[in-house]
Design a protein around this ligand. Sequence first.
Ligand SMILES: NC(=O)c1ccc[n+]([C@@H]2O[C@H](COP(=O)([O-])OP(=O)(O)OC[C@H]3O[C@@H](n4cnc5c(N)ncnc54)[C@H](OP(=O)(O)O)[C@@H]3O)[C@@H](O)[C@H]2O)c1
Length: 278
Amino acid sequence: MHFPSTIKVFKLNNGISIPAVGLGVYQMPSNNQTQKVIDNALRNGYRHIDTAAIYRNEETVGMALRSSLIPREQIFVTTKLWNSDHGYDQAIKAFHKSLERLKMDYVDLFLIHWPVQGKRKETWKALETLYKDGKCRAIGVSNYMNHHLVELLDHAEIIPAANQIELHPYLFTSRIETINLCRTSGILPVAYSPLVKGLKLHDPLLMKIALKCDKSTAQLLIRWALQQGFCAIPKSAVPARVIENMKVFDFEISENDMEILNNLDENLTTGWDPATAL
Ligand SMILES: NC(=O)c1ccc[n+]([C@@H]2O[C@H](COP(=O)([O-])OP(=O)(O)OC[C@H]3O[C@@H](n4cnc5c(N)ncnc54)[C@H](OP(=O)(O)O)[C@@H]3O)[C@@H](O)[C@H]2O)c1
């Protein structure tokens, strides 16, 4: 895949490029409005969309991408296998249903959405098969904590390319073991809820550092993720914010300020906490 040089990318462990900032589309309904949001994102430099079967908007994502007329190979699409579809045969079937909804021949990254206890091993085998069959350009996991990854790495034939987990300064040091294992194993951490779902955008400390950088606190949080080496997938359904969230490549957070941000941990999970998943 060849992205124009204006698209900033990270490399996955199999050599393929993933645009560093993607648009998360969780809680965006499958409708015309969402299609317009994605269309606006694509017109403003986004080339990476993060969806999931459970978001129930894969049809709209597919439609928006087709109508953009951007060549398929210049857009990176992630989707995820839902919890009720674990198991070898079921995972393969569910993947094909996602493809049908997206109306695509392949996805760029297919993830196990959640480390459901029971059939994780067979489910990963299914993803390996899909990868070998050329149905996904990369495979990975989501919400895998250190213990889930240790288990997976013990039997995996293919090392996951990415682990999508909640990451932001308020949930950083409490995830450091998982992050370090990803880093040493060549697994790219993808930061979901990088804006803490909007909960911390008025934190005075963030506001002070953002002001120094002449950026918004949302931009500061996305930039923090990038400087940590994480891919970031902020969600916004507001066109101006979608544009704002991509303007994160023209500044740098100083080492000192990174250090301050690295120490804001509150073990703050904004959704389900996978650390408690067996
Ligand atoms: N794998 C998983 O289990 C998992 C779990 C959660 C999320 N995710 C993925 O990660 C993506 C992002 O996470 P998220 O949706 O939980 O949270 P998020 O991106 O941290 O925050 C989204 C919230 O921030 C607001 N916002 C966005 N940009 C803003 C800006 N520039 N200024 C002010 N407010 C802004 C949005 O409101 P508006 O829309 O009104 O702008 C929304 O309320 C999801 O869409 C999904 O793709 C994955």
